[in-house]
Each structure stands twice: as structure tokens, then as C-alpha cells.
Design a protein around this ligand. Structure first.
Ligand SMILES: Nc1nc2c(c(=O)[nH]1)N[C@H]1C(S)=C(S)[C@@H](COP(=O)(O)OP(=O)(O)OC[C@H]3O[C@@H](n4cnc5c(=O)[nH]c(N)nc54)[C@H](O)[C@@H]3O)O[C@H]1N2
Ligand SMILES: Nc1nc2c(c(=O)[nH]1)N[C@H]1C(S)=C(S)[C@@H](COP(=O)(O)OP(=O)(O)OC[C@H]3O[C@@H](n4cnc5c(=O)[nH]c(N)nc54)[C@H](O)[C@@H]3O)O[C@H]1N2
Ligand code: SF4
Ligand SMILES: [Mo]
Length: 765
């Protein structure tokens, strides 16, 4: 997932201290916060030489689970990567991807110095030249065409990166552009919008209280494979199995019988994009059987009657023909959910990235709320992280729909436009047309709908700079690529995912390896760019420079320490940087606690169950969906395309590790045998899948785990494009499913891309 970047690096009070922070008392190479260009002190060098065996304890930052890892080094090389049994949250859990961290670190294709595209091909250039050229070009284009002519796209690894989170925002702000985009709008935009409207803050996101719940319904998520999202719960498979072991129940609603469905008590096939109807019918049952009970939130929750009125039009029998969910099965599910001592309903990518993503996510929270399961143990709860992200962001300042995109008039959210409109903002002439682009840790050519259109649009840019560690499908369009450090070379504190964890905790990871002299950290890149882009008189220039130098030397730990000391855990647990550094396995801060209404950000301190825009959108949806316009069909498009993840993928960017791609190909189209037979398709046949915007050829795999009428293709593949430097990935290229997804097929409320439920036709190639 990608959390919207509005966040401020905390306010920086300038206080200079040029002393090196070599405070390490262990034999481990300590954290050179001042960055790799400064030499280590003699004492540290000696300490390292004496010890050819080292154990490092860090948090894996590849996915949202943030598992603790134990990395053993021998003579400076990795001997093993294992789960850290002493990590209080992950307790030794690990997945195959963690081992690939060393492949990324060692990858000869990974960039370590700036690359410049020249008529004679890519050339390595010095950092100073790269910074000079990038800032000169961006300023030139902004002077000529205005600030909005430079756009920004931020990708998913940004939120898994401490320094990109702390120092990136200041740089992006110096561009003063309206044209901001990110992976948020191909991901969790609906959840953010729902939280904003119901609780007053986009980051106040309810999390399923997995370890205590007696009943869990999962809509459109496959945590056994994805390891959980907007629900940091390392070892999630064990946690899900534990629900059943303690006598609880697990139900999965998904158009595919997934790996998660396989360990559940019950699986219900649902027609893609129709969850909103199922949820309305579930609420219909709650009210018609008088099962509603707000519980502890009753005193500060409004809109219950509006919900009751709204759902009257959706008795289960009327929605069943569209959803494919049997009316009696639905009624029983609701009764059991309401009878359980505690229950939690959770939905993720399958419901967020579809036509009615926002309505579905809203109704999931409403279901939790009206059954007494919001903000109570075993239901859906809010975290209380030690580094408070909810307060750090000026909520409400940038809201929803306070600006609209130029070409298609799509609403912005938190200062960003939906990325589905990026290509046309580049190609459509006029004032504020995008001429230049900055990408940070993103690969939109593979992750955004109509990837081919975007690929072409990038080719037409006047200038592009990518902050990225690979020359890949997206960054091959850049004029200059600025590569920061890889995971094992940088310090980490998880600002985003400790705030989304199902148990409160804190952990700080020191770099495992010292970066090479030729490399630069995210802090160095962002602070240098910020300083160079800042305008102002000489006083401003000097203070800017001092600020940059201070942050380079002291920033990470100084900011973290400051924030930790403001948190209640400083009083209750003595939690500060010193304590974190003495506890490299991490610190447990206990289970989630009820926190409402105290944490609400709504002006009236009430939960709004029925925000006006959502209620109105239901009426519109009803007309479309019940008329079986699900989604706008063309006759030849008779199947619905959905996505899929694999344990050995991480969106688009880990396929250059041989470990991740070896064995039988995984970029396959799953199709039900019935749908295959009627089209003369046999196992392994190459098929052609067509949508309104494009077509791909891909091998078919026949499986009854698919719902008839639905076809599934994983995203993040399609590495065969000319000019990429990914020697392993190109040998296992696969196809880009986002050539099929449609930039005009959106969650109409939020502008989030509808990547699931895309109408397609399928035949033999
Ligand atoms: N069809 C379909 N499309 C989808 C999805 C789907 O389910 N189906 N899922 C969507 C979701 S949930 C997401 S989050 C998006 C992801 O979309 P993106 O964030 O655009 O794509 P990623 O594949 O995560 O690309 C990450 C990029 O960051 C680079 N990178 C890796 N590590 C670092 C680092 O430490 N620093 C820097 N600077 N760069 C780094 C990689 O080389 C790569 O270029 O894809 C979305 N697209
Ligand atoms: N191994 C691996 N792990 C990952 C990632 C990865 O690429 N690989 N990506 C990471 C990222 S960025 C994210 S955001 C998370 C996502 O984490 P999850 O949300 O768990 O993502 P998926 O595994 O894609 O599960 C989505 C499910 O939705 C189902 N689905 C599709 N359409 C519909 C629908 O209309 N209704 C319903 N009810 N279900 C539907 C699909 O069949 C699929 O099983 O995973 C993260 N973890
Ligand atoms: S589950 Fe995620 S965090 Fe845990 S080891 Fe695997 S990739 Fe890393
Ligand atoms: Mo994501």
C-alpha cells in the first residue's frame, strides 16, 4: 500500500551539532547518520575488523508485515537471513522474499551512481553534475511553462523508507506543483477517503484486531500470500489459523478460492465489483432482524437512522442474482457475525481497486460499527503508534475535491490527482500541461491502468528524473536516474506500518552494510535537491544550507527521538532513541486499546456513519448495478478480469532476483475449466485477452478455484521492454496486465483505479 504523502517531516528547529554520531558500543557497524561520504572513525573501523562474525537484527521493509530478521555476516558477507525469534511482533516469522534482500544488495544491475541518458547510451555521471543538471532543468521548465508543468509520481517503496518519508516531502514541496500523483490511487485511496469522512482524518484507519477476534470476514484480500495490508500482522497465516483454533470463524469473500480461502471455514464466490450490494444486503439483515447495536460508540456516533433507511432497498434476494451470493447463506453469515462475542470485517485491494471501492470500504466500517465491533477488542480498532503520524499531518488542510484535474476533472485527494489521468495530463496541450516528471520509487508503466498509454506519454516528456535503484520499464524514460541506497544499507524506523500494526510496538534498525563511497542516501539526495531548489535571498540560502548539513549529520535520530519523547510511551515505557537502540529486536507496546472519541478529528467529535456523498452515491450505484450494468459491458467482453499476488513477488520490482523467478512461470491467466472449454482453450495454451484499451497474450492455467466468468492475471510483470537493465527479470518477463486495465474505469467517487472487474474477452491466441 501507499500512504499519501502529505506528511511533513516534523518541524525542524535548527540546532547545529557537527559531531559525528559514533556512539555505537557494540561490534556492529553503527549507523553513519551523516551518510556514506563521511569516513567512519578509527575506533569503529577497528571494531569491525576484529569481528568477522556479526549478527544484525533489523525489520524487513519489503512488505507491510515488517518481520524481524536476524542477518548473520561472516567476513562482511551474508551467511544467513532468518526470522528473528525475539522480535515481539513477528516472533521468527519470515517469507521467501526476505532472503532476496541480499540479491538486491548484491545485484550488479542495481544502480549505485547517477545515470544520464545520452545519444550514445546511458553514462555514469558524478553526483554533483547530476544534482546540477536535474535542478537546472526542472527550474528551466518551470520558468518557461509554470510550476504545474513539472509533475511528481511517488511509488510504494517510499512508505517503506524512513529517509524518503522524512526528507522527500520537503523536496516535492519546493516544486510547488499541483500535479502530484502516487500509487495511492491504484491502491488504498478509498480507505483514506472513508476515514477522512467518517473519523475526520485520512490516516485514522481501523485495523482488524486479529489476535482477539472471534469472527473475521475478509473481503477481497489474500493475506496468506500478501502477508497483509493496512493490517501489519507478521505471520498472518498463523494468526488466522489461531482464530479457528480458539473456536472462532474465518470467512473469505472472493471471486477466487484463494490460499486464504483454503484455510477458512467458509468461502463465498462473489462476482467482481458487486461487494457493495452484498454489504448493503448484510446491513439490511442487521436492521430487519433488529441486530443493530452500536455498543460503546453509541454516544458519539450519528447517522444510524440514515443507514437503516438506505439499506431498505437491498433485501438479499434482490442482490443475489448480481452478486452470486445465496440469500440464505448471507443471512446466516450476518446472524453468526452478530452473535459472535467479537467480530471484525476487513476488506482490501480486491474491494478498494474496483468500481465501487469507496462505497464498499465505507460499508465494511459501517458493518463493524452497527454490530458493536468498532473500537472494541476483537473488532476493528485503531493503533497508537509511538511516532504519531495522525497528528504529524495537518488534517483537513488538504481534503477531498478541493481541486480537479485539468483534462478529466477528477477530484484531488490530499493534494494529489488520481494517477489514472496522468497520461492525458502529459499528452493534452494547454496551460499546465505536464512537460517534466519526477518519479520516486515508482514503476507506473507496470502498475497503473493503460500502462502502454503511459509508457508512450513518458516518451513524449521534455524532461524526466527518477529517484530509483533500477533502470526499468519506467525509469528508462528518465534523463537522469538518481539511485539511493538499498534496504540493507540504510537505517529504518517504520513510520507507516507501525501505525498500521495490529499490536503497538516500536523498532529501529541500523544499516547492515556501510554504503560505498560512490553512493548517496535518500537523505543526501532529498536534502541536496531541496536546498538547490529553494529560492530566496542569501540569508535563506545560508539557513537552508545549515539546516541541510544538520539534518545530514543528526536528522534521523534527532527527529525520531524528538517524536518518541512526545509520545505517551516516553512516560509509560521510557521509550526514546536510546532505549530503541538498546533493544534491536523491537519493543512491544501492547494490544490496541479503545481510543474514541478522543482520537476523532471530526469537527463535532462524532463518527459520521452516513456521510452525504456516500449516501448519494448509493442511489446512483443502485441504478447501474441492479440494472446489471456491472460494469459497463460491451457484448464481446464477456469475462471479468481480476488481479492476483504471488508469495515471490513484490509488485513489479523484485523479479531481478533469480530466487524470486526460478521454477515454473507464475505470470499465468487463471480461468475456470468451463470458460476455457467453451473457448477451446486447454491447459498451457497461449490465449489472447482483450479489453477496451489493449490486448496481451499469456499462457492459460485451468482451475476450478476461479469463479466461472472471471479470469485472473497477476500484476507487476511485463519486463520485456526495450532499454531496461534487468538481466534476470527480462529472462522471465511475463506480461503487463495493466495493458488491459482501463484508465477510464474508476471508482467514480474517489477516482481510484478499478483494476478488478475489468471487462475482457478471451480466446486462443
Ligand atoms: N493490475 C494491478 N495493478 C496494480 C495492483 C494490482 O493489484 N493489480 N496493485 C497496485 C498497488 S497496491 C500498488 S502499491 C502499486 C505499486 O506501484 P508502484 O509503486 O508504482 O510500483 P512498484 O512495483 O512498487 O515499483 C517500485 C519502484 O521503486 C523502485 N525501488 C525499490 N526500492 C527502492 C528504494 O529503496 N528506493 C527507491 N528510490 N526506489 C526503489 C523499484 O526499482 C521500482 O521502480 O501497483 C498497483 N498496481
Ligand atoms: N507477495 C506479495 N505480497 C504483497 C504484494 C505483492 O506484490 N506480492 N504487494 C503488497 C501491496 S503493495 C499490497 S497493497 C498488498 C495487497 O494485499 P491484498 O489486499 O491481500 O492483495 P491481493 O493478494 O491482491 O488480494 C486481493 C484479493 O481480492 C480478490 N478480488 C479481486 N476482485 C475482487 C472483488 O471484486 N471482490 C472481492 N471480494 N474480491 C476481489 C482477488 O481475487 C484477491 O484474492 O499486498 C502487499 N503484499
Ligand atoms: S512477510 Fe514481508 S516483511 Fe516479512 S519477511 Fe516477507 S517480505 Fe519481509
Ligand atoms: Mo499496494
Amino acid at each position: 500500500m501507499y500512504i499519501a504523502k502529505g506528511w511533513l517531516g516534523p518541524n525542524i528547529i535548527l540546532s547545529l551539532n557537527y559531531f559525528c554520531k559514533c556512539t555505537s558500543t557494540t561490534s556492529r557497524p553503527h549507523n553513519h547518520l551523516h551518510g556514506p561520504i563521511r569516513p567512519a572513525t578509527k575506533a569503529c573501523k577497528l571494531a569491525r575488523m576484529k569481528n568477522s562474525h556479526e549478527n544484525h537484527y533489523i525489520a524487513c521493509n519489503l512488505c507491510e508485515a515488517t518481520c524481524g530478521l536476524e542477518i548473520k555476516l561472516e567476513n562482511g558477507k551474508i551467511r544467513s537471513i532468518r526470522g528473528d525469534k525475539n522480535d515481539p511482533l513477528s516472533k521468527g516469522h519470515i517469507c521467501p522474499k526476505a532472503v532476496a534482500l541480499q540479491d538486491i544488495y548484491n545485484d550488479p544491475d542495481r544502480l549505485r551512481q547517477p545515470l544520464k541518458r545520452t545519444p550514445d547510451g546511458w553514462q555514469t555521471i558524478p553526483w554533483k553534475q547530476a544534482f546540477d543538471e536535474v535542478t537546472t532543468q526542472l527550474q528551466r521548465i518551470q520558468r518557461k511553462h509554470g510550476n504545474n508543468s513539472v509533475a511528481v509520481y511517488l511509488g510504494n517503496p517510499t512508505v517503506h523508507n524512513l529517509e524518503a518519508m522524512l526528507y522527500g516531502p520537503a523536496f516535492y514541496r519546493t516544486l510547488r506543483t499541483k500535479n502530484r500523483y502516487s500509487a495511492t490511487s491504484v491502491d488504498q485511496l478509498p480507505e483514506l477517503l472513508v476515514s477522512l469522512r467518517m473519523f475526520g482524518h485520512n490516516l485514522l484507519i481501523p485495523l482488524p484486531d486479529l489476535d482477539r477476534t472471534d469472527f473475521l470476514i475478509i473481503f477481497g484480500a489474500n493475506p496468506v500470500v500478501s502477508n497483509g495490508s493496512l493490517m501489519t500482522a507478521p505471520g498472518v497465516t498463523g494468526r488466522l489459523k489461531a482464530i479457528r483454533k480458539r473456536g472462532g470463524k474465518l470467512v473469505v469473500v472472493d471471486p477466487r478460492r484463494t490460499e486464504t480461502a483454503a484455510i477458512a471455514d467458509q468461502h463465498l464466490f462473489i462476482k467482481p465489483g458487486s461487494d457493495v450490494l452484498m454489504l448493503l444486503s448484510m446491513l439490511y439483515v442487521v436492521f430487519s432482524e433488529k441486530l443493530q447495536n452500536l455498543g460503546t460508540i453509541a454516544a458519539f456516533t450519528k447517522g444510524l437512522n440514515d443507514i437503516e433507511t438506505l439499506v431498505q432497498a437491498f433485501p438479499p434476494a434482490t442482490t443475489a442474482p448480481v452478486t452470486g451470493i445465496d440469500a440464505d447463506a448471507l443471512k446466516n453469515l450476518v446472524r453468526e457475525f452478530c452473535r459472535a462475542d467479537s467480530a471484525s470485517c476487513y476488506g482490501r485491494i480486491g474491494v478498494s481497486t474496483q468500481q465501487y471501492g469507496t462505497l464498499s470500504q465505507w460499508l465494511i466500517i459501517v458493518l463493524n460499527a452497527v454490530t458493536g465491533n468498532l473500537d472494541s477488542a476483537g473488532g476493528c480498532m485503531f493503533s497508537k503508534p509511538a511516532f504519531e503520524v495522525v497528528n504529524a499531518i495537518r488534517s483537513g488542510k488538504k481534503g477531498f475535491a478541493d481541486g480537479f484535474s485539468r483534462v478529466r476533472n477528477l477530484p484531488n485527494f490530499n493534494g494529489e490527482f488520481p494517477v489514472a489521468t496522468l497520461a492525458e495530463e502529459i499528452t493534452t496541450p494547454g496551460e499546465d500541461q505536464i512537460r517534466a516528471l519526477v518519479t520516486g520509487a515508482g514503476n507506473p508503466v507496470l502498475s497503473v491502468p493503460n500502462g502502454r498509454q503511459l509508457d508512450d506519454a513518458f516518451g513524449s516528456l521534455e524532461y524526466m528524473v527518477s529517484i530509483d535503484i533500477y533502470l526499468n520499464e519506467t525509469t528508462r524514460h528518465a534523463n537522469i536516474i538518481l539511485p539511493p541506497l538499498s534496504s540493507l544499507e540504510r537505517p529504518h524506523y517504520d513510520l507507516a506500518f507501525q501505525a498500521l500494526a495490529i499490536r503497538n510496538g516500536a523498532k529501529y534498525s541500523q544499516p547492515v552494510f556501510k554504503a560505498g563511497k560512490e553512493q548517496r542516501s535518500d537523505a543526501q539526495i532529498f536534502l541536496e535537491l531541496t536546498w538547490r531548489m529553494q529560492s530566496g535571498n542569501w540569508i535563506k540560502r545560508i539557513t537552508g544550507w545549515l539546516q541541510k548539513e544538520f539534518l545530514l549529520r543528526r536528522g534521523n535520530e534527532w527527529i525520531l527521538d524528538k517524536k518518541l519523547k512526545q509520545s505517551p510511551y516516553f512516560q509509560s515505557h521510557d521509550l526514546d532513541m536510546k532505549k530503541l537502540k538498546h533493544n534491536p529486536h523491537g519493543i512491544d507496546l501492547g494490544p490496541l486499546q479503545p481510543c474514541l472519541p478522543g482520537r476523532l478529528f471530526t469537527p463535532d467529535k462524532m463518527i459520521d456513519l452516513a456521510p452525504e456523498i456516500f449516501v448519494q452515491a448509493v442511489q446512483q450505484m443502485r441504478t447501474n448495478l441492479l440494472a446489471d450494468k456491472l460494469p459497463p459491458q460491451r457484448e464481446e467482453f464477456d469475462l471479468l478480469l481480476i488481479g492476483r499476488r504471488d508469495p515471490r513477488t513484490n509488485n513489479s520490482w523484485m523479479h531481478n532476483s533469480y530466487r524470486m523467478v526460478k521454477g515454473k512461470p507464475r505470470c499465468l491467466a487463471y480461468i475456470h475449466p468451463q470458460d476455457a472449454q467453451s473457448r477451446g482453450i486447454a491447459e498451457g495454451d497461449e490465449i489472447i485477452v482483450r479489453s477496451r484499451v489493449g490486448s496481451v497474450e499469456i499462457p492459460a492455467s485451468l482451475t476450478a478455484e476461479m469463479m466461472p466468468g472471471v479470469i485472473s492475471i497477476p500484476h507487476g510483470w511485463g519486463h520485456g521492454l526495450e532499454g531496461v537493465k534487468l538481466s534476470v527479470a527480462t529472462q522471465h518477463a511475463g506480461v503487463n496486465t495493466n495493458i488491459l486495465t482501463d484508465e477510464h474505469f474508476l471508482d467514480s467517487l474517489s477516482g481510484n483505479a478499478a483494476l478488478n472487474g475489468v471487462p475482457v474477452s478471451v480466446g486462443r491466441a
